[in-house]
Design a protein around this ligand. Structure first.
Ligand code: FAD
Ligand code: SF4
Length: 479
């Protein structure tokens, strides 16, 4: 650990901040050593309180106290076995779960004022160690079952379901309209939060487990749901939610105003080494620009922090409520503030101005009024209180809604809720169409990776029960 002082201050630097070269090599070596010590130290802070609120508040009900104890004892392989028994991608959740709202926020040590055990970091450490040591192996089912499942969407819900079904021996094919698997893990969430190599190695593991992944295949364009149903014994819809809410502000048709996913996808593709025309010609590159991001959720935080890393001239975030009412994680907001993002609370765009491209944004200042039907105080415009900001790039990060799946998939009878999400049975996740199940954001609305994984695993159980009942019926008929 003494080397650490020679080279870098680990409190201030992270692997993402260190450029390539010898300094990075040194940094990574020291960083790993530091993380090893830190993970074990943290794990040994768990008091084994016997009332595991952390576990209860983890959507996967991970057996956190047990794997913390094993980590503290240095029994990392056992810790990995336990941690991966309930989580299909522990290294991903360990990196990007909002732990402050889930496991860590409910740690009794945190609540007694002594600072939480950093559960997520330990979970990530255990699984990364498992990958490094070759403990994460392709799935080899004990029996091969002829029945096949078609999964639409290679995001966390689809991947989790595919892994669970394959373990049982089913033949699994995943269809995805993107050119890479991973869903929002690959093209939504930025590299500085989730290193893409983590997603790529999972995708490889799926392929090595004989899970077929068909990319550039869009259901609704390349096939209807009915056609896919004819190829498989069961179908899982795990398509996520992608219809971006738009700003209805005069001037919003000007060039250089983009939905968040367009900006983030370009950045992620570039990071993966792709040629991205609109990034290379500067359109979707924030470098040297005054960037304004509209929205207050985690997607907005990812956009502002990406713009900072692209060396924007200035980055401002407009949010119509105040800081206390931001929907995004407090930790993400703090990170963005530390990185120099200018938050303009209680503000919303009134007018975008410019010739072809946006050049200025006039903003309305707001105040918080009476609570609305959701119980949150509704923002009201303060008449005459306006401000004008220079803008070269505006990014809309106002959230996502489901696409019209029944229409898109040529299946008008598929039942959806009033929000357009797919209606399912809460336990089995089956839809009203026989043999068709749904999981993840397309059922819940925009949510979290950990919930998508939970749904994917639950749907796998529902699908397996359904397929078993089908084969039983066939056997009974034949008898
Ligand atoms: C910018 C951003 C940052 C986020 N950050 C976090 C975070 O830090 N932590 C966290 O827990 N959650 C985060 N989330 C939320 C999280 O990513 C989602 O809740 C999760 O990915 C949902 O998983 P899913 O499998 O349901 O859908 P997705 O991940 O959206 O995957 C759906 C897949 O379906 C494919 N698809 C869609 N339609 C079709 C079709 N017609 N035919 C074929 N394929 C199709 C898509 O290409 C995609 O690959 C973030 C979301 C965004 C947008
Ligand atoms: S999956 Fe998420 S909530 Fe559960 S233990 Fe891991 S980091 Fe915490």
């Amino acid at each position: 650990m003494s080397k650490m002082l020679k080279f870098v201050d680990l409190k201030r630097e992270t692997p993402e901040k260190i450029e390539v070269g010898e300094r990075r090599e040194n940094f990574l070596e020291i960083y790993k050593e530091f993380i090893d010590h830190k993970a074990k130290d943290q794990a040994s802070r768990c008091s084994q309180c016997g009332t595991p609120f952390c576990q209860v508040h983890c959507p996967l009900q991970n057996n956190i106290p047990d794997w913390l104890k094993l980590t503290a004892e240095g029994r990392l392989k056992d810790a990995y076995e336990i941690s991966s028994a309930t989580n299909s991608m522990p290294e991903v959740c360990g990196s990007i779960c909002p732990q402050d709202r889930l496991c860590e926020g409910n740690c009794v040590i945190e609540q007694s004022g002594h600072g939480t055990v950093t559960i997520g970091a330990v979970e990530k450490f255990i699984t990364n160690t498992a990958w490094e040591n070759g403990w994460v192996e392709p799935i080899k089912p004990l029996n091969e079952i002829k029945q096949s499942v078609g999964i639409i969407g290679a995001g966390p819900a689809g991947i989790a379901a595919a892994m669970e079904l394959r373990k049982e021996g089913y033949q699994v094919t995943i269809y995805d309209r993107y050119d890479r698997a991973g869903g929002l893990l690959i093209y939504g969430i930025p590299n500085f939060k989730l290193d893409k190599s983590v997603v790529l190695r999972r995708t490889k593991l799926l392929k090595d487990s004989n899970i077929k992944i068909i990319n550039n295949f869009e259901v609704g364009k390349d096939s209807t749901l009915k056609e896919l149903k004819e190829k498989h014994d069961a179908i899982l819809i795990a398509t996520g939610v992608y219809k971006a809410r738009q700003i209805e502000t005069p001037g919003s048709n000007l060039k250089n105003i983009f939905p968040a996913m367009e900006f983030l996808t370009a950045s992620n593709k570039k990071g993966l080494g792709d040629e991205v025309k609109d990034f290379d010609n500067g359109t979707l590159n924030a470098e040297g620009k005054n960037v304004i991001v509209v929205g207050g959720g985690d997607t907005a935080m990812d956009c502002v922090r990406t713009a900072v890393r692209q060396k924007a001239k200035s980055v401002s975030c407009l949010y119509r409520r105040d800081k206390a009412n931001m929907p995004g994680s407090a930790r993400e907001v703090a990170n963005a503030e530390e990185e120099g993002v200018n938050f303009i609370w209680l503000s919303s765009p009134k007018l975008f101005e410019g010739k072809d491209n946006v050049e200025k944004v006039t903003i309305n200042k707001m105040r918080l009024g009476e609570p609305d039907s959701s119980g949150r105080q509704s923002p009201k415009i303060i008449d005459g209180a306006e401000e004008s900001l220079d803008a070269d790039l505006v990014i809309e990060a106002l959230g996502f809604e489901p696409e019209e799946i029944p229409k898109l998939f040529g299946e008008p009878d598929l039942e959806v809720t009033k929000w357009g999400t797919i209606k399912t049975d809460l336990k089995t996740l089956k839809t009203n169409i026989k043999g068709v199940f749904a999981a993840g954001d397309i059922v819940r609305g925009a949510s979290l990776v950990v919930w998508a994984i939970r749904d994917g695993r639950d749907a796998a159980v529902g699908i397996s029960e359904y397929l078993k009942s089908i084969s039983q019926k066939k056997k009974n008929k034949a008898a």
